[in-house]
Write a protein that binds this ligand. Sequence first.
Ligand SMILES: NC(=O)c1ccc[n+]([C@@H]2O[C@H](COP(=O)([O-])OP(=O)(O)OC[C@H]3O[C@@H](n4cnc5c(N)ncnc54)[C@H](O)[C@@H]3O)[C@@H](O)[C@H]2O)c1
Length: 270
Amino acid sequence: MTDPGNGRLAGLVALVVGGGQTPGETIGNGRATCRRFAQEGASVVVVDRIVERAEATVEALATAGHAAVAVAGDVTSSADCESMVAAATETFGRLDILVNNVGIGGGDGGPVSLDEAVWDRIHQVNLKGMYLTCKHALPVMRAQGSGAIVNISSLAAVASTNMLAYKTSKAGVNALTQSVANGNAKHGIRANAIMPGLMDTPMAVDALADALGVDRSEVADRRDEQVPLGGRQGTAWDVANAALFLASDEASFITGVILPVDGGQAARIG
Ligand SMILES: NC(=O)c1ccc[n+]([C@@H]2O[C@H](COP(=O)([O-])OP(=O)(O)OC[C@H]3O[C@@H](n4cnc5c(N)ncnc54)[C@H](O)[C@@H]3O)[C@@H](O)[C@H]2O)c1
């Protein structure tokens, strides 16, 4: 990303939760979003459960001359969510944008094989985490009379998959987004979700290749074949650009939308 931005988020403060990334060859959705937002003029608070991951994102932003801070935080902790919002207001004076990027799916399966503890963990991280960040961010946005929330869901919410806990948690994210949009429109706050399809990120490709003990290219090829548009997966930049649009004033009349970013996979579902 060497292009200079166009100031689409100039003067705004963004909190990107899950803004580090799983290590791997490509870039993750959260880190790409932080970079894209910073490039467009936002000051960015980068939160991750593993703070070194957030720090690596901030380092990349700082090298390019952007204002950003790293904050350690686990979305399953209400106290951590309160602290991450406070970090935004204390460091940059306000909070305009919240991106909820955290999502996990490890150990998932069908209802018979799925371990109860795994169901609980996936729902806590993927769904309860978004409720908790909204719980603490919304009062600040309401006091400002403005704000934009972008939740990272998944096409799995509406597509066929045997990942029961992941699917139901992401379907919950879609419902949460609509509920937050409905309840906060009167405060000037918008809430939208993105459903990424198959993206070539480390979490999706490298982690699966490691688990299966195969080369990443094998996993990538299998995913590419399933995508109508161009026969290739998307990248984290596709998610980041959609998040940028939804967070910016260009989307000022858009709220409660669940946007697939999937190279046409949702169109197959109808
Ligand atoms: N890559 C895909 O194909 C794809 C498809 C659909 C949806 N998604 C969604 O995209 C989002 C993430 O993508 P990514 O590539 O940035 O993933 P990633 O794993 O690279 O980044 C997510 C970050 O969240 C952090 N994290 C995990 N649990 C946390 C917690 N409890 N509290 C705070 N931080 C935590 C991780 O440490 C990681 O750095 C997820 O919501 C995922 O479900 C991805």
